[in-house]
Ligand binder design. Structure first.
Ligand code: FAD
Ligand code: SF4
Length: 327
């Protein structure tokens, strides 16, 4: 690990003011950043510890939204009564991630920015375009069982590893950020980037911008939602495939739907195609299967991960059955 300076500002403006230089980074729970620093993948000259900032609250707003501070711990969010009751998909996604100890440290802001678990990204003896732009992608012709089948490019096929983000994608969350030039709000589907030709750029957050909160807009039927994660072992493991779904079913017909997939996409993968296939259809197995076909239409398998396409379809069908039942 390279030597670095650590500062502890206790107000938001001071934190933002000290983060402008190129090799300065914020640190929250440190559960991803410190690992990357130990491996010399991240080498900040200065860390800005943001843990004293007042970004730890979860508030129900008068317009029906819920505003979650960026420093809310993953476990506190998962067990918050409003989230458990109105957004079970988010609570379940959080509780499926990492381990209790990690969830007690990990924050909402840090979870949004966690980096891929592609093994070649972590092993600095291999070429990796995300770590060293232009060096090549070791996964495309290498061992790629855990890599993505949706949103890949010729430069990178790494999955986005977050569970929380899949639920937030389905819920159409809004990311609130503040930088030296002011505040802005980023719709969730615009926050994470596809790898395309520049996999080193992963989000639309500008350098020095602080994530201050995530807002969950009111969705009438979000209480009828579910997160299903399929993985090699039942705990402490990233998804091979996962599905976040919310459904509004009336008299056996689907009136509204939200669908997002994890473990298979290069970003948290909201599927408007699956949502379109569901709305107006009967709440039955055939409709769920049609939605799964639509969601994975265009998926591109690699040498070791073709199984993920059928796995993701079955994961989505099972999640939809759990929420929508079968008419
Ligand atoms: C062994 C292990 C298993 C795991 N398993 C899972 C899993 O199954 N599912 C899953 O979803 N996750 C999993 N994780 C990842 C874990 O969820 C993330 O490490 C965690 O959410 C990161 O949050 P943090 O607060 O610790 O971030 P940090 O490590 O502090 O920061 C991560 C990044 O975010 C930036 N940052 C943090 N907060 C802000 C902010 N407010 N504004 C701007 N930038 C910010 C930092 O500069 C850094 O670049 C696992 C991690 C480990 C180590
Ligand atoms: S898939 Fe992406 S992260 Fe993995 S080796 Fe290729 S460029 Fe690096």
């Amino acid at each position: 690990m390279e030597p670095f300076k650590l500062i502890h500002p206790n107000d938001q403006h001071a934190a933002i003011a000290s983060s402008g230089a190129a090799n300065v980074k914020f640190i929250a729970g440190g559960t991803n950043l410190i690992d990357l620093m130990k491996l010399d993948i991240e080498k900040p000259a200065q860390l800005v510890d943001i843990n004293s900032l007042k970004l730890q609250t979860i508030e129900a707003l008068p317009n029906g939204s819920v505003r979650i501070g960026a420093l809310v711990k993953n476990s506190d969010l998962a067990y918050h009564p409003v989230i458990v009751k109105n957004y079970p998909v988010l609570s379940e996604a959080l509780l499926s991630g990492a381990s209790p100890q990690l969830r007690n440290m990990a924050t909402v802001g840090g979870n949004l920015l966690q980096r891929t678990r592609c093994p070649y990204f972590y092993d600095t003896s291999f070429p990796c375009n995300k770590r060293v732009p232009g060096s090549g992608c070791s996964a495309i012709n290498g061992y790629n069982r855990n890599n993505a089948v949706l949103g890949t490019s010729t430069q990178c096929i790494a999955t986005h590893p977050s569970d929380m983000c899949v639920a937030m994608a389905a819920l159409g969350a809004i990311v609130h950020v503040e930088g030296l030039t002011g505040k802005r709000q980023i719709p969730f589907h615009e926050f994470h980037l596809l790898p395309e030709q520049t996999p080193q750029y992963e989000t639309t957050l500008k350098h020095g911008e602080l994530i201050t909160a995530v807002e969950l807009p009111p969705i009438r039927y979000s209480a009828k939602s579910h997160y299903l994660k399929v993985r090699d072992r039942h705990s402490y493991e990233f998804a091979l495939a996962s599905a976040a779904v919310a459904l509004n079913v009336s008299n056996g017909r689907i009136e509204a739907a939200r669908v997002a997939l994890g473990g298979v996409g290069t970003k948290p993968w909201r599927s408007v195609e699956a949502e379109k296939a569901l709305v107006g259809a009967a709440a039955d197995e055939q409709s769920y299967r049609n939605a799964a076909e639509a969601a994975l239409n265009g998926a591109k398998p690699f040498k070791d991960n073709a199984f993920k396409i059928e796995l993701a379809k079955r994961t989505l069908v099972r999640a939809l059955k759990t929420v929508g039942g079968m008419s």
